[in-house]
Write a protein that binds this ligand. Structure first.
Ligand code: ZN
Length: 524
């Protein structure tokens, strides 16, 4: 048996991985393509790998000529045959579409998402669908579990991508990079049961329930009488308890958290917590039950996020939410409170670090008492000043969520390789900012951002070194990616084409920037 057929059978080449990569290169060359050697994966009698011609990528599925194993038939594409040395090979050149991604997940299980439970992790969202290999390279050595498919419903709408596209892009990136350690997939900020259905159909394994619309932020400012009336008037049936029972549960004994942190459970604090978060807890439980029914036997994991609310979650409020969720039978692996200070998009933490540290320690004490589950850090991009604090106190129970910052790094690369396109996007962002910023937590002063005409090519990327410029470009991603003029995309295709023409440049930028995010959390 020849070298290639032997590799198809055994998954091993005599010269090791390097030689296997050379075999992939030969097979690709036979159909005029260039192989990604790292992607090569053998499976009973055949092998698959990614190859490219220019910026056009394909999946190559190869087997011994005349005796293709049946799994090969699950892939659709152009059939070719080649003779390499004396070996006859059949090759299917497959487009990177949905059906082939699904076939890949079935036949090469490391390209399908999985659950990680409470293992320390990072969520690396990819709005463009091309960042995954860079994300893997940036975080591979951190020891963190990587959630490589992660997008909220809001961002799917804004980027014009469907849930299954987000999943497929992660699958292709994982396969191209030869990442065999497994990856998670986070259907982020789900607000309605229809969102759950969409993401369950796309194969997601982690679901982030955001009951933010059911959080009553006004509770913080109510007088005692109104608070009491609102408390009595809560939908106790949905909470499956009563006002009297809730008082008894929380007020009869003092609450100690691991001996270190004590929390006051006086009547005022309880009523405020219940009015603020009661309906949110009930909504989360309803969403969880819907999800569990939808998933059936398929494994899944849950996050609860209340990060996008107006007022911080106090220690007692966190305790209340977690305890109510537990009482209602919800099982979750991570929870995102709204922390003190400002978590604006795409820039560092704003606020008092001492106050953050004290409050974070208390949240961890609650998590320890009622979990453990991971403390999820949303809007986690670029919060460099608090990473060491979080890493120090979270005791490994942490999930760091980023997304927009990888889009900004794509623009940084663009400023370098396609300066004129970057100039157009920058000017367009100025027009869009006031409208696009509405659902985001930002504070940019546009007067401080230089205009494209005042910048030399070399200085363009400096727009991304200052907070105002970062936020201007951060919140306008949706308009940049989906605006059409006379039926044609204004930027989307040109942007992706430019980045694909030099994908290594984007990967390098991500290694550097995302590397800074994950390093403080790396297992020592
Ligand atoms: Zn969030």
């Amino acid at each position: 048996m020849g070298e290639i057929l032997k590799f198809f059978e055994t998954g091993k080449a005599a010269g090791g991985k390097k030689r296997a990569g050379e075999l992939a290169a030969k097979i690709a060359k036979a159909v005029g393509l260039e192989a990604y050697p790292k992607s090569l994966a053998a499976r009973g009698g055949g092998a698959a790998f990614v190859a490219r011609a220019g910026i056009e990528k394909s999946l190559l599925v190869a087997a011994g000529g005349g005796k293709e194993p049946s799994w090969v038939w699950e892939f659709t594409g152009r059939k070719a045959s080649a003779k390499i040395g004396r070996e006859g090979i059949s090759i299917t050149v497959c487009p990177l579409g949905h059906e082939n991604a699904a076939a890949l997940r079935r036949n090469f299980p490391f390209t399908a998402p999985r659950c990680f439970g409470t293992r320390a992790s990072a969520g690396l969202g990819d709005r463009l669908g091309i960042a995954t290999p860079g994300h893997i390279r940036a975080a591979a050595k951190s020891g963190l579990a990587l959630y490589l498919a992660q997008q909220s419903i809001r961002e799917m709408t804004r980027t014009g991508r469907e849930a299954r596209q987000v999943m497929d892009d992660a699958t292709w990136g994982v396969f191209q990079e030869g990442w065999r350690e497994g990856f998670g997939s986070d259907a982020d900020h789900l607000k309605a049961t229809a969102d759950i259905d969409t993401c369950a159909a796309a194969g997601f394994t982690m679901y982030t329930i955001d009951p933010g619309e059911h959080v009553d932020n006004a509770a913080d400012g109510l007088d005692a009488g109104t608070l009491k009336a609102r408390f009595e008037g809560l939908d106790w049936a949905a909470l499956e308890t009563t006002a009297a029972e809730t008082r008894r549960e929380y007020l009869s004994k003092s609450i100690k958290l691991g001996g270190r942190v004590k929390i006051a459970a006086d009547e005022g604090a309880l009523l405020k917590a219940a009015v603020k978060y009661g309906a949110a807890a009930a909504h989360t439980a309803a969403m969880y039950r819907h999800l569990a029914g939808r998933m059936g036997d398929r494994p899944f994991e849950l996050e609860v996020s209340v990060d996008e609310t107006a007022t911080p979650t106090s220690t007692f409020e966190h305790y209340f939410v977690a305890r109510e969720l537990r009482r209602l039978g919800v099982k979750w692996v991570s929870l995102a409170p709204r922390f003190v200070g400002e978590f604006e998009k795409g820039i560092d933490y704003k606020g008092n670090l001492k106050a953050f540290e004290k409050s974070f320690e208390e949240h961890v004490a609650v998590m320890r008492e009622l979990g453990p589950y991971k403390m999820s850090i949303h809007s986690g991009s670029d919060k460099f000043s608090i990473y060491p604090i979080i890493a120090r106190h979270a005791e490994g129970f942490v999930h760091l969520k980023t997304a927009g910052t990888s889009y900004l790094e794509a623009l940084r690369v663009l400023a370098d390789i396609a300066p004129d396109l970057f100039r157009e996007i920058l000017e367009f962002a100025f027009e869009r900012y006031e409208t696009d910023k509405r659902s985001y937590h930002v504070s940019a002063d546009l007067a401080k951002v230089p205009r494209a005409k005042d910048l030399g090519d070399k200085d363009l990327s400096k727009v991304l070194d200052k907070d105002d410029g970062r936020q201007l470009l951060h919140v306008t991603f949706g308009s940049v990616l989906t605006t059409r003029v006379e039926g044609r995309y204004l930027f989307r295709e040109r942007l992706l084409e430019a980045l694909r023409s030099d994908e290594e440049a984007y990967y390098r930028a991500l290694i550097k920037h995302i590397g800074r995010h994950v390093r403080p959390f790396a297992a020592k």
